[in-house]
Design a binder for this molecule. Structure first.
Ligand SMILES: [Fe+2]
Ligand SMILES: [Fe+2]
Length: 229
């Protein structure tokens, strides 16, 4: 798709742009609260496993969800939008409940449930990247694709765990998602070549210190502390 100098896709009308912006805000509000729920669920999940390597990987995933939350919060603010208070309340309860159930759900069920949810998260950030392009916010695309890739890693980890268990060979496992490289390849196919580096450097990556958001430790600490208050 060819772009105008301001980055808007040439073929998108103003009303389509506005609709895409509203869809993007709704998606990001869902993702913002979903990340809160996920982080609380993973607190319980990490406590429920005995294996030290599994526990530390699940804690790292929990932190990555909180980094996503911080990044999505900034995106919402940049769209002159805010998280949904109602959704925040509901998803906090959902996350806490799942976290508690992990303590009594054994090993397999929490691994299976986490993998299914992570597969959904990949698609959610890919859809958000699509709407970011449609509403002329190319500066958000790189972070959204990075988050989709991190969610892909999460799904991959839990899928491998499920398949390593005897039950994983009996219970139907959720549909496999495309390879990680397909996230950028399919986005580029839908919207044309990826944005230039100069455009990317002007976005939230630059604001977060020039690193992809999942590598910024200060943001992790800050968000973890605020979310646990
Ligand atoms: Fe996440
Ligand atoms: Fe995740």
């Amino acid at each position: 798709m060819r772009r105008q100098p301001d980055g808007y896709p040439r073929s998108v009308s103003e009303s389509e742009r506005q609709a895409a912006r509203l869809r993007l805000i709704r998606l990001l509000q869902g993702a913002y609260s979903g990340e809160l729920a996920a982080s609380h669920a993973y607190i319980g999940h990490a406590r429920s496993v005995r294996d030290e390597a599994e526990r530390s990987r699940i804690r790292a995933i929990e932190n990555e969800e909180l980094v996503h939350r911080a990044c999505v919060g900034k995106m919402l603010a940049s769209l002159d939008a805010a998280p949904s208070a109602a959704r925040e309340r509901i998803m906090l309860r959902v996350g806490q409940t799942i976290g508690l159930l992990c303590r009594v759900g054994g090993w397999f069920i929490p691994m299976y449930g986490a993998g299914r949810l992570e597969a959904h998260n990949v698609k959610e950030y890919e859809d958000a990247a699509d709407d970011a392009v449609r509403c002329g916010r190319d500066d958000l695309v790189e972070e959204l694709l990075v988050m989709a890739e991190v969610e892909w890693e999460h799904e991959h980890y839990f899928r491998e765990k499920v398949l390593s268990h005897a039950l994983g060979r009996i219970v139907p496992v959720w549909k496999a998602i495309p390879p990680k490289e397909a996230i950028r390849r399919s986005h580029a196919a839908r919207h044309g070549a990826p944005m230039s580096l100069a455009r990317r450097e002007g976005g939230l990556v630059a604001e977060l210190g020039g690193q992809p958001p999942h590598l910024t430790d200060d943001i992790v600490r800050d968000t973890v502390e605020r979310s646990r208050r």
